[in-house]
Design a protein around this ligand. Structure first.
Ligand code: ADP
Length: 712
């Protein structure tokens, strides 16, 4: 501490000394505290306290820091006090605060017994002379400035204790006002004040002499305190806002799906990284913080990184649309890299945002592969909304329908639908709405030049991410060539069967002639061979008439002669007739009498024959076939059951198609053209009936049909 000139001190003392510190006013039991802003003020007060004490014959004990003791002695000398004499008389005692403290402090707190012993004995010695004792103690203030506030308050309590128990003395404590700066000190400050019987404000107040001056100062202080309080409250709110905003940004940082790296531009070192970044790079936060940017795998090497950083310094912003990233755990990702340079609290920082675009790129590649596939397809591929607006149109669609993509997209799909088929389109949309796929649907479409084209359509519903149908993808295949071929084939079949029918009819005529001759001659052997020729001719006739039927059905020219007849009677006749052609199987008929239906008796007969002959043909190892004719509600129900090779599930629909035969390589082949069941289905359809099969491979089959009954 520096003590200024003697003149100043005396002036200061005269003006600013607190009046009640004059020795006469200090009461015997007083334990007062003096707050001060500057040491010089304290020392002035203290020197007045000591000098007036000595003048009144009191014993003065000063337990203070070295600086305070020296400063005090200098001022006392200036006041003309003979300290050496006072010391010799035992009236002035000066002790070092830290040294005295060390004698009774245990584990950071004053130990009461030791305190009583150390301080109490000094006091008792001084009191022996029966003089009044004045003590100045710096120890509490010392503990306070060291930050040991609890010990300071406890020591104040011990002083108060000592006050009550021993000889009364007046005790002067002093605290620098600066030790209480900050709101947090409000409570301990109050506590300190409580420990004292008298509190003396610091010089800014104490130095004022007139009451009016003091009142004005108090008012000013109150105003200052209020505005400070308001300012503190505002600052707290601002801090809270800042904290909330920082938290928010921290959360954004922590939860961002993009990897974020903070880099120190001077060192190139990573200063922070969010969890998405550590996950992307395949290493821990700690591992990352020890690295420089170039070590993350984002750049090829240190040189490339430095180059990038130079560019960033120049432009403040850097973006690479794609960068390959080889992660620490061996993955290879593609990322978008965006880096910005900005100032935070006067420091330049680099923020790198890394967005993993691997999946997006893969999806894009997949999309372009698909687009290429769609474009190169030979089938027309058309996308449309559920309102029938065309959304996409590939090159094959351009060739097929004659409209270019730019002409078709955005137009209604009806531009390629003949007006007579609008209803068909509505039915298709209805099915799509229910999520139903339409496969190989054969129909006719309209070309731009007004001609019609035969197409096979496969249409799938298009759904959004929620599974809602929003449109359809249509694959249209040109089948006009195939249809033309089919027509020519049908024509050929029809012509060939007609041509074959004539010689067969002639042959039939000749066999009948021969039959009569051999019979009249009694030539049994020739009759036997003739019968075999006849059987083969019958087979041939059936094949030819089946072929003829098929070609007639194709063009809708098969004629039906409708009449009401007894189905059970017909079944009986057919069973008997087919039984005549087989020696291997017994045909069993279970029937209900009087089942009348309206139909073509011959065609229904043809159906029964086909089902029975198939049952015999496809059960070579069995010896019986069961036919049932019964009533089922409003229908007549006929079933033919065999115990033969059966049909695997996969073929059970296909066998009703034209020319279809089940031919699995390991199976033995059966003669036939694959048209019998097709004819059967067409005939049953014409009778408003249904035909179906229940079968299992190796487990026999039951073919059934139902046709409506006729009520008389
Ligand atoms: P085809 O018998 O002349 O080949 P069909 O149209 O009558 O022609 O029958 C089609 C196919 O259905 C046959 O080739 C055969 O594979 C299968 N099939 C028909 N009936 C039976 C049956 N009862 N048991 C097993 N397979 C049968």
């Amino acid at each position: 501490m520096t003590i200024t000139s003697k003149k100043t001190h005396t002036n200061f003392q005269r003006q600013k000394l607190a009046p009640h510190l004059n020795g006469s006013e200090v009461r015997a039991s007083e334990h007062f505290v003096q707050f001060y802003e500057k040491d010089i003020f304290l020392l002035d007060s203290l020197s007045a306290f000591v000098s007036t004490g000595l003048a009144a014959g009191d014993v003065c004990i000063v337990i203070a820091t070295k600086a305070h003791r020296e400063g005090l002695e200098e001022l006392l000398k200036a006041r003309g006090v003979d300290l050496a004499a006072a010391h010799t008389r035992g009236e002035y005692l000066s002790l070092d605060a830290a040294e005295t403290l060390s004698k009774f402090m245990v584990d950071g707190l004053p130990e009461p017994e030791r305190f009583a012993e150390v301080v109490g004995s000094v006091l008792m010695r001084a009191a022996k002379s029966r003089h009044h004792v004045r003590i100045f103690g710096d120890m509490v203030a010392l503990l306070w400035t060291e930050g040991n506030q609890a010990a300071a308050i406890y020591l104040e309590e011990l002083w108060n204790d000592l006050h009550h128990k021993t000889y009364p003395f007046s005790l002067f404590c002093a605290y620098s006002m600066h030790s209480f700066d900050g709101e947090a000190h409000e409570v301990p400050f109050t506590e300190i004040c409580k420990q004292h019987s008298q509190v003396i404000p610091d010089e800014s107040y104490t130095a004022l002499t007139s009451l009016d001056e003091r009142l004005r100062t108090i008012t000013l202080l109150q105003q200052k305190a209020n505005s400070l309080e308001a300012e503190v409250a505002e600052r707290k709110r601002a801090e809270e806002r800042l904290r909330i905003s920082e938290n928010r940004y921290r959360r954004l940082f922590e939860e961002s799906k993009d990897g974020i790296l903070m880099v120190d531009p001077r060192t190139g070192k990573i200063t922070d990284a969010n969890p998405a970044m550590t996950e992307l790079l395949g290493c821990t936060h700690e591992q990352l913080l020890a690295q420089e940017l170039w070590q993350t795998g984002l750049f090829q090497d240190r040189e490339a990184t430095l180059e990038a950083l130079r560019e960033l310094q120049e432009k403040q912003y850097l973006r690479y649309a794609t960068l390959p990233l080889h992660t620490k755990d061996g993955r290879c990702r593609e990322v978008e890299f965006v880096s910005t340079l900005y100032q935070v609290d006067g420091y330049t920082v680099i923020q790198c945002n890394i967005h993993d675009i691997t999946e997006r790129r893969q999806a894009e590649e997949e999309h372009s592969r698909l687009a290429a596939l769609v474009e190169s397809s030979n089938d027309g591929i058309v996308g449309k909304t559920l309102d029938g607006i065309i959304t996409s149109w590939n090159q094959a669609a351009e060739r097929l329908f004659g409209y270019s993509a730019s002409e078709a997209v955005g137009k209604p799909i009806t531009i390629i639908i003949p007006p007579t088929l609008y209803q068909e389109e509505e039915d298709i949309i209805g099915k799509l709405r229910q999520g139903i796929r339409i496969q190989h649907y054969e129909t006719v479409r309209l070309r731009k030049d007004g001609t019609l084209i035969e197409v096979s359509l496969s249409i799938s519903p298009l759904k959004d991410s929620m599974g809602k149908v929003i449109g359809a993808a249509k694959i249209a295949r040109d089948i006009s060539e195939r249809k033309e071929l089919d027509r020519r084939k049908d024509e050929f079949i029809s012509m060939a069967s007609h041509e074959l029918k004539t010689p067969i009819t002639a042959l039939k005529g000749f066999t009948q002639l021969l039959h009569r001759r051999f019979k009249s001659r009694g030539d049994e052997e020739s009759l036997h061979f003739l019968a075999r020729i006849d059987t083969q001719l019958n087979k041939l006739t059936k094949l030819i008439s089946d072929l003829l039927d098929i070609s007639k059905m194709q063009v809708g020219k098969l004629e039906y002669c409708m009449e009401v007849f007894d189905l059970d009677v017909l079944a009986q006749e057919i069973v008997e007739s087919v039984q005549g052609t087989t020696q291997t199987h017994r045909l069993l008929l279970e029937k209900t009498a009087g089942i009348r239906i309206l139909g073509d008796r011959d065609r229904i007969g043809q159906v029964l024959i086909n089902l029975l002959t198939n049952a015999i043909k496809y059960s070579p190892d069995a010896d019986r076939v069961i036919m049932q004719v019964a009533i089922d509600g409003e229908n007549a129900l006929v079933s033919v059951q065999d115990f033969g090779i059966g049909i695997a599930k996969a073929y059970q629909e296909k066998i009703f198609e034209r020319f279809y035969q089940v031919s699995e390589s390991e199976e033995k082949t059966y003669p036939g053209l694959g048209i019998g069941l097709y004819i059967v289905r067409q005939i049953i359809k014409r009778h408003q009936g249904h035909l179906w099969v229940q079968s299992r491979k190796g487990g026999g089959s039951i073919f059934s049909f139902s046709v409506p009954l006729v009520h008389e």
